[in-house]
Design a protein around this ligand. Sequence first.
Ligand SMILES: [Fe+2]
Ligand SMILES: [Fe+2]
Length: 465
Amino acid sequence: MNLNERIPNNVNLSEDKKLQRALEKWLPNYLDWWHEMGPEGFQQKDVYLRTAISVEPDGWANFDFVKMPDYRWGIFLKPAAPDAKIGFGDNHGQPAYQEVPGEFRNSLRRIIVTQGDTEPASVEQQRQLGATCPSLYDLRNLFQVNVEEGRHLWAMVYLLQRYFGRDGRDEADALLERRSGSPDKPRILEAFNQPCDDWLNFFCFTMFTDRDGKYQLSALAESGFEPLARTCQFMLTEEAHHMFVGDTGINRVVKRTAQLMKQGDVRQQGGIPLDIIQKHINFWFSYSLDLFGGEISSNSADFFAAGLKGRYKEQDQYEDHVAANETFTMTVVEDGKLQSREVGLRNALNEVLRGEYVKDCEKGLARWNKTLGEEGVSERLYLPHPRFHRHVGEYAGHYFDIEGNLISQEEFEQLKSEWLPSIEDREYVRSLMHPVTEPGKIANWIAPPATGIKGKPFEFEYVRL
Ligand SMILES: [Fe+2]
Ligand SMILES: [Fe+2]
């Protein structure tokens, strides 16, 4: 690994002068973007961050105080496996692609651009959150997530610039030009244009939306396009912490809410009522389901056939890596009714991946409900039905209740405020968001974490203000 170059990397950048020049040209634009759209107000503060110094198991999580603009963004790929093979699809067992296969150039570029676009988008969405952090521990976690999303952008930009020539360079520039929520130049995916301006939204985002990232990256981590696979494998190691932040963040809110419920009215005591937490779960879960794409998709079939995007844990979970003749039974809306339809498995792979994601989310719900039980509260949280509140795929344009029953648009509009955060709910949550920045102190609406970061106590001064 070369850490001393302007762009730290383990891809021998100094031997590819053209690429090095292109990336060095992109670097100042990236830093401008970071200063303009990165965390507001804390750029000159020392933050206790982990930085990758090698991709070996012991080297990628090196902890120290760093100012965010000095973070070592760079290009780190898992080392190449000798004799890598395509793991699935029509070319199963043949040598992996080291360059982009011509006929898939456009779709592969779109996949990389779409993934790449989410990384800076989330930093933009979370830009203001530092001002209302519930503790220094949480502030540090926010910044850790932010700098790593910045690095994920680097990872995708490397692929674009290295493997897609001129259009790759244009796409890399465009990634710094779109803005989350902008009416003229929005980010590509809707979940990444939603405001994430309070900490309940942030925890839901890192729980549900970052978790979509885990499944997309996992499906690409076994790609037959080897450089993409190796990039995603390393990104996944960082992604785990983001989901930890969301999962434990909600768990701590739930715990505090349960404690306040036992003492009386949660609102009067400045906590977040359980029904508002539930509505935020409904909102972010449904938007995150959309990120998997249409239930029935010829793109997913083409990509699987080409060996470019597989299933979750393709090698571990499946025996038949060709999956040419299998079928999948889907529920679709036809003639105003829910009906079963049989489709080829390869056309259903978005839905298959979404199913894995839902199972993973359910585990989070079980953890939060365990907390409620331990606190002696009988209410429980749940996931809405996957058909609820969808904007992409078979269920978009139809209306469903929280249990997935088809209802009319009028019924939906009437009941919407029981299921999704209303303006008043959002305003109430925002009214609780006041910064707590004294080491060891924490806001009233959330419980402290069970442990600190890297063996440090909760009281540690994670950000030096
Ligand atoms: Fe990411
Ligand atoms: Fe992430």
